[in-house]
Design a protein. Structure first.
Lengths: 210, 210
DNA sequence: ATTATCTATAGATCTATAGATAATGC
DNA sequence: ATTATCTATAGATCTATAGATAATGC
């Protein structure tokens, strides 16, 4: 808290009030875009609509971003890292994040119904695949980080096996959530999330929920 | 071949030349849209561009579809079923499709680089999730069909275990391909596809490619 | 007579920019 | 003096429709 206050004061001393204000506005625009992109897709809304939600008008946008693609890169990037944040929150709460807890939260109904605050990969991967090189480079880095995080939650295995299992886990989580959201059948949607979650937590047995 | 000819003749007798012609045109539009949607996304091009590629002009579109959403539903639906077609092709070639072959083809570089002719789920799932109810209902049905097909390629297991494994397989294939396409790092992209492919083919061992 | 397709366009977007206004910061 | 934000708009889209044209099918 003390650190936080000193940061704000430093910003004001070094940057002046309006620059700090601009940065706050910039972050607000990115936060809104980051949520709305996950909810509506990378082409799901226009700049005017975004700026209106931020309490601004369309003309101000280009003092913050050189182009719409700039916003996409920054907002997608800011959508990344949900596992890292979950891990830090769990640790500061005294209960370190477990592999099973990560899986259960990912496969939860709350996550399925709220893409705007959830994993950017299950919400956007195919659209990121069609984005510019810069966004895809940022995505490479994030996949690498998330794999390391998953490997860290899989102790007691040799490094190579843990990496393989992390890659399978990551892929299955993203695919299961993308499929579960794409279908209208509630029962099948829940079956996919529960089945994949159980098998990922207990890969030895193929028999789950009995 | 004889059956094919008699079908064409029957169509001409019953429907008249122009109706048969219209149906052919309709199918051509859907086939192009089906490919381009997978390549560029559901919002990736306009009706004028699509009709131009079909050798037509924009005005004719609405004699074939009530709305753009109608086209999306039909074209996405027509993009489905790649495994069924693969299975039929393999069988008519005398070499029934195996589980391992389906996995290897799915995880191939050819598939990764050619979304337009590949799996509609890995190319479009999050965008389908934002589509209208009708498209999502068609998607439910297709997921069900594809799960049955996968279960049929997994003999020697009890029904429940086979269904669980089919669901994990489907999810992991879709997620791995979506991630592999979203990143710019070629080595990591290939690592994801190879690792997930190996683990899905050999779920007992977590050690692959050695 | 019917209708698939064409040309042309209405009306609603979209991204991006120009120039005015108002606030900070020297 | 600088610049974040505003209003206004250019120019390029987009979906959908109106009305003309040309072909099939009775």
């Amino acid at each position: 808290m003390i650190l936080l206050w000193s940061q704000i004061i430093l910003e004001e001393v070094h940057m002046g009030y309006s620059k700090a204000q601009k940065e706050k506005t910039h972050k607000r625009i990115v936060a809104i875009a980051s949520k709305r992109f996950r909810e509506k897709g990378l082409a799901g809304f226009g700049i005017a609509e975004l700026m209106k939600e931020a309490g601004l008008t369309v003309g101000g946008f280009y003092k913050h971003f050189d182009s719409r693609d700039d916003l996409v890169a920054e907002a997608v990037s800011s959508a990344f890292g949900v596992w890292q944040r979950q891990k830090e929150a769990a640790e500061s709460g005294g209960q370190p994040l477990s592999f099973a807890k990560l899986i259960d939260d990912y496969m939860s109904d709350a996550h399925r119904k709220n893409p705007g605050t959830g994993c950017a990969f299950s919400a956007l991967a195919p659209e990121i695949a069609r984005s510019d090189k810069r966004t895809r480079a940022l995505t490479s880095e994030q996949v690498r980080k998330d794999l390391e995080l998953l490997i860290g939650l899989l102790p007691g295995e040799d490094k190579r096996a843990a990496r393989s299992r992390a890659i399978l886990t990551f892929s299955a989580l993203v695919g299961a959530m993308a499929l579960a959201r794409a279908i209208s059948d509630e029962a099948l949607s829940r079956e996919i999330l529960n089945t994949v979650g159980d098998l990922l937590k207990n890969p030895a047995s193929e028999h789950s929920r009995e």
